[in-house]
Design a protein around this ligand. Structure first.
Ligand SMILES: [Zn+2]
Length: 456
């Protein structure tokens, strides 16, 4: 399977037949992952502001008109048990992108999956009623995955898409982290905001009670963790050192870990429920999960994601192995953990240590990582790890980085490394690849290079 992630705007700007022709002839693409639901710019919209446009599509920013939502037409009967009813994306009038692209894809014998992503805007009707509650009782951030209206929304959306259209399945994206990682800023994507740790709402309290986790102890633990982080960022070293102080917090407040697991449990319950909803419509529909980048380079996060367990919930996993932006992101991760828990360790040594933990090979130094990127060897190693982890119980489709925006001086995709990365994934035994993140940010020479690797 050679998949392409693509949003509605590319078809609107460039024409459905024209785009499909390019994808087939240049990219050897046989499967569309059509962005159907998101409010985020990672999967939807034209090139993000401040980045050069690729050599196709409109060269005008859609920053003023981009909104997001459901690019198909939501059918109200599937959303009776949720306050999240008004999610239709308004950008393209009456266009139903799934209804429009599906017959054209079928004519070319291409498969079509709907991509849906857990990214919302705060001004969507009903969102304020179902968002998370942070350590200090403030609402905001993402949707609470224990809220019954949120659960009903995801299963409703998946059921709607599978019943209303003759698609091949769903690819579900949820990149949100649990409270422990949020507190540590232990991801490439975050700044460290340890007091914005979530979620402490009534539904979480109820779930905690059912799991035998003490809510007040968890909150006390996270309050102490917040002080630890703030002190570290202010360079106030605990007398026993940063790592020891952190570990002592975990020992004295095991509820910190338990509360974090509660978040993961909800996320995995949602995955399982969406999977069940999909299979409930037609047995042969496929469900896949996007496994986010942080799973690759953060050992703490890795420990919470068992491929063996995920394999029981999905037909395929899209494992992110983005190697160009990977350099910049991995360096950010090292700087984040190196400013708190591992603050006593020189960052170059921390990187080297982390490389060993993760079984990375000979990657660039911390100063060079962003401009060098991660290597095709990294793609191969992460692909093999995923294949070993799922042990034949589900398919592995590595996500290949083609032109994912990076900083001014950071690595950009070239045809040579796109070909090398695609080849590394396929030669490592992957069942296919998914070209990411979206067609509207990819240069055609890079798409062609991925196609060349797929064909030979
Ligand atoms: Zn909650």
């Amino acid at each position: 399977m050679i998949g392409m992630q693509i949003g509605a705007v590319s078809f609107v700007d460039e024409g459905i037949e024209e785009v499909l022709e390019i994808l087939q002839t240049k990219g050897a693409v046989n499967t569309l992952f059509l962005t159907t639901f998101t409010y985020g710019r990672g999967l939807s919209g034209r090139q993000v502001p401040g980045q050069p446009f690729p050599d196709h599509g409109s060269q005008e920013s859609d920053q003023q008109t981009f909104h997001g939502g459901n690019y198909a037409i939501p059918h109200p009967e599937f959303y009776t048990r949720t306050v999240l009813k008004e999610t239709r994306a308004p950008e393209f009038g009456d266009l139903d992108i799934v209804a429009k692209v599906l017959p054209a894809a079928r004519k070319r014998k291409m498969k079509l999956f709907c991509s849906i992503e857990d990214v919302f805007r705060s001004d969507v009707a009903g969102v304020k009623d179902v968002t998370e509650v942070d350590l200090k009782g403030r609402k905001g951030g993402g949707l609470c995955l224990y809220h019954p209206d949120v659960r009903a929304f995801w299963t409703g959306l998946a059921t709607d898409l599978c019943k209303s259209y003759d698609i091949d399945g769903i690819l579900f994206f949820n990149e949100r982290n649990g409270p422990l990682l949020n507190a540590l800023g232990a991801s490439h994507a975050q700044s460290i905001a340890s007091s914005r740790v979530t979620c402490f709402c009534e539904y979480h309290q109820r779930a905690a009670k059912a799991a035998g986790v003490d809510f007040e102890r968890a909150r006390a633990g996270y309050t102490k963790l917040d002080s630890f982080i703030q002190n570290a960022l202010a360079d106030k070293r605990p007398s026993d050192g940063y790592f020891v102080e952190f570990w002592r917090l975990l020992v004295e407040y095991p509820e910190i870990i338990a509360w974090d697991r509660l978040f993961d449990a909800a996320k995995h319950e949602v995955l399982a429920e969406v999977g069940a909803a999909v299979k409930g419509v037609r047995k042969n529909l496929q469900i896949g999960f996007h496994i986010e980048h942080v799973n690759s380079f953060n050992p703490i996060f890795r420990a919470t994601r068992s491929y063996a367990d995920l394999a029981t919930k999905a037909d395929f996993l899209k494992v992110v192995v983005y190697n160009n932006c990977g350099g910049e992101r991995y360096a950010n991760f090292i700087r984040n953990v190196g400013s708190t828990v591992f603050r006593d360790v020189p960052k170059a040594e921390l990187l080297s240590f982390n490389n060993h933990l993760l079984n990375y090979g000979n990657e660039a130094s911390l100063e060079d990582l962003a401009k060098t990127g991660l290597s095709p060897d990294y793609v191969a190693r992460e692909t093999k790890r995923a294949i070993a982890g799922v042990d034949g119980k589900c398919r592995i489709l590595p996500g290949i980085d083609i032109g994912i925006p990076t900083g001014r001086n950071s690595r950009k995709a070239s045809p040579e490394d796109t070909e090398a990365a695609t080849r590394a994934a396929l030669q490592s035994g992957a069942d296919g690849v998914i070209l990411s993140r979206k067609y509207s940010e990819m240069r055609l020479a890079n798409v062609e290079a991925a196609g060349k690797a797929a064909r030979t």
